[in-house]
Design a protein around this ligand. Sequence first.
Ligand SMILES: [Zn+2]
Length: 418
Amino acid sequence: MNTAGKTISARTERIRKDLEAMAAFTASPGRGMTRHSFSEEDKKTREYIRARMEEAGLSTYEDAAGSLFGRRAGKRADAPAIMIGSHFDSVKNGGDFDGPAGVVMGLEIARTLHEHGVETEYPLEFAALVEEEGARFGGGLYGSRAMTGRVSREQLDTFKDRDGISAAEAMHSFGFDPDRIGEAVRPKGSLKAFIELHIEQGPILEAEGLDVGIVKTIVGITQQEVEILGRPDHAGTTPMDMRANALLAASETALFLDRAAREAGEGTVGTIGRMEVFPGGANIVPGRVFFTVDIRSVNNEKVTGLVSSLGAFLKEMETKHGVRTSITEKITVAPVHMSEEIVGLFTEEAKKRGYSMRSMQSGAGHDAMIMAGITDVGLVFVPSKGGRSHCPEEWTDYEQIAKGVNVILGAVLSLAGA
Ligand SMILES: [Zn+2]
């Protein structure tokens, strides 16, 4: 991006330093990153990020949900802010990049603007969000949900960690007042955009040898639970044609879902990730099977279509195997589209810098998906080595992160009016 005639860029070395420093704040040294929200590791990471924000001239504050922000004033003091960042919590035994790469993107943009004395019309807010993974209290996307008014005071009591500590108690012991959770809500019109960088968590960018992925859509998702009731009988004395085998019906359904998702196209995916067989004896015909169904697509009609054909298939199984079936919806989220303006700015900047890129869909949910409820959003992916994520092997080269930062830097300067 040109400011006063010169292109300013992120520095890989500083990105490396931040990510290496943050990687040390884990509850499971040697076994990947475990950084749950409102933990000792959270505190250390938060202090580190806050110090870097202040060095970059930002005024820091925490919102009522516990997320950390650094604000950079714009020439137009009361103009809506452009928010930039990601989350800094992790799953259990996860990696060092899922989340922090996007937080460090924000820090590096703040530093770059600071060292070049860039002034913008619009204020900028650099975000380090909490509990995106939901690894401690379940649910997830908590920092962004709180900003969009999707966390209630009651939920803070209901959501508990494995030690029985509620989110409200954890917040309280961290110095936050759960009764004020409503104050985390960003008033309508207070944000001009939310921009996130995230590791891809999939194999596409690396396989195609590309620098950056510009996300156009975050997939819609539905999760359902299916129960099939057959009849538990003796495995030795019940003839094959006199059984009501719930597992046979479940197995056929698994094959059906795989086939139907492939046929749906547009990158639609369908997964049975968990299955339990009852009573679970080697010599008993399975009388009951429980399994989960996860269906995702950028095209909402594919999602609803698959759910209804799954329902019809289960009905066929009832007749074929003499079982009863039921299907229960657990969660459904519609696909979210990124701002075309921001996608255009990313594309232009990547082209200008000679980076190779492609447009992508995100198969995973991100804070940007929630923030889309209140503002324009943009999301840039950087390559994940081997497509690995949520594991200690998770890796993205620092140079690749720097390229993603530069793409966002260009877009931010345009949006913020540098
Ligand atoms: Zn993440």
